[in-house]
Design a protein around this ligand. Structure first.
Ligand SMILES: *Cc1c(COP(=O)(O)O)cnc(C)c1O
Length: 431
């Protein structure tokens, strides 16, 4: 049997029909040039990461960790130098003590804001969990409780920055300006690095000393540049998303100016101790190896997102972004318009997982959500959304949000499986 026939056989064993596979082939044909573009970006970023590791003379001893205070941890310190070189910043804080992306952003904000200062978001409503951190939604220990005020300038209708609005919103109190690169789970386009760069230039033209912080979650390695290449004082993200490459078991990073990163380290650890403490235990190896893999893992996730967009667009559903648009993060939204679509899609993603594939996800009333939510994830690292995962609230417009995929082939299977579920349930058909 040749490889082509063998592939049909193996997909069949995984429950994918020849019809679905044939359909995917025509779709993939149309995506060839986009895939080549994604590969080229990954190639560039692979070289960028390698160069940073070589420049900092990463050696075997750096892969080991420290215990206790972690007063000397050359592995941790060198990794931070590598991150600083990858993001072209003066310094970086890359720590297992940072619990998640929200924590990294919290540390960056609390470290650099003082009572009486104002935080200004210029990309509209921030990510859900940050509402509690800022105090938009009252929460114990929020910035608001410490006398730090907040203002927000929404993006314009077309998703671009409202420069006039920003100029008006900057006051003598404004200290940190926040920009969120990824749309997260909002119905707005994700921001390109170029447009963020333009906004940073504008903000700095109003007042040079304004600190610009970019929530870089889901955006790392999607492009050949990062917001820090355009003057962001801090870029912040989670290691169980893109930069951890699927291997980091936890953690977060803040890369930026020496001043801002130092302030953040004093908040994460203690005033005076800062970056000097914080044992890395056993995570150094996975942080290095994960960063090494991150460009190709991000490319796999991007290919999966694009593939899903092209498939469901062809079947007549609204997809955001569509298969022609530029991509600025790894998230793909598919709007089904009916609940069964969301449920079948998530069941397909779950059934394709390497872990917990036999589990059938069901919608449930998750705390903090105003409708039932269905989630699919069968990940090696709990909750890692760089791994193939999907979720959707069971409410109009019945959209599912899909992201991740450590390998392109796995992302592909997940999407084919979702399509097969929809077809088998009679919820969709080929046009
Ligand atoms: C994931 C994410 C965060 C942080 O989320 P955690 O779940 O705390 O890691 C913040 N902002 C955006 C845009 C995100 O996508």
């Amino acid at each position: 049997m040749n490889t082509g026939d063998a592939l049909y056989e193996s997909y069949k064993k995984l429950g994918i029909s020849g019809e679905v596979l044939d359909f995917s082939k025509t779709i993939l044909k149309e995506l060839e040039s986009r895939f080549a573009e994604i590969d080229e970006i990954a190639e560039y970023n692979q070289m960028k990461v390698l160069q940073a590791m070589q420049k900092n003379k990463v050696s075997e001893m750096h892969l080991e960790g420290s215990t206790g205070y972690g007063y000397t941890d050359p592995g941790r310190d060198t990794l931070e130098a590598v991150y600083a070189d990858v993001f072209h910043t003066e310094d970086a804080l890359v720590r297992a003590q940072i619990a998640c992306g929200t924590h990294a952003l919290t540390v960056a904000l609390f470290g650099n804001l003082r009572p009486g200062d104002e935080l200004l978001s210029i990309s509209g409503k921030p990510y859900d969990t940050l509402e509690g951190v800022i105090g938009i939604r009252p929460e114990r220990g929020s910035l608001a409780e410490y006398g730090i005020t907040y203002r927000q300038v929404d993006l314009k209708e077309d998703g671009s920055f409202d420069f006039e609005g920003i100029r008006k919103a900057v006051t003598p109190k404004t200290k940190v300006v926040a920009i969120q690169r990824s749309k997260g789970y909002l119905p707005r386009p994700s921001l390109s690095v170029a447009s963020i760069g333009e906004a940073i230039r504008f903000v700095k033209s109003i007042r040079k000393d304004l600190i610009v912080m970019v929530d870089n979650c889901y955006g790392e390695f999607v492009d050949i540049t990062e917001p820090s290449d355009f003057g962001a004082d801090m870029v912040v993200g989670s290691l169980i998303k893109n930069p951890g490459g699927g291997l980091a078991p936890l953690g977060g990073y803040i890369a930026g100016t020496k001043e801002c990163v130092g302030n953040a380290s004093y908040r994460l650890m203690t005033p005076g101790l800062g970056k000097e403490v914080g044992a890395s235990l056993g995570v150094n190896r996975s942080f290095y190896q994960g960063l090494f893999l991150a460009p190709t893992v991000t490319a796999s996730a991007l290919k999966g997102a694009l593939f899903a967009a092209a498939i469901y667009e062809k079947l007549g559903y609204r997809v955001v972004p569509d298969s022609k648009e530029e991509r600025n993060d790894i998230i793909q939204a598919v709007e089904f318009g009916f609940p069964e679509g969301v449920i079948a899609f998530c069941k397909g993603i779950q059934a394709a997982a390497p872990v917990d594939s036999y589990v059938v996800p069901e919608p449930w009333a998750m705390p903090g959500y105003d409708s039932d939510v269905i989630m699919a994830a069968g990940a090696f690292i709990s909750g890692a959304s760089i791994e193939l995962s999907a979720d959707g609230p069971i409410k109009p417009p019945y959209a599912v949000y899909f992201q991740g995929g450590l390998t392109w082939y796995h992302a592909k299977l997940g999407i084919l499986k979702s399509l097969q579920m929809l077809l088998d349930g009679g919820y969709t058909k080929f046009k």
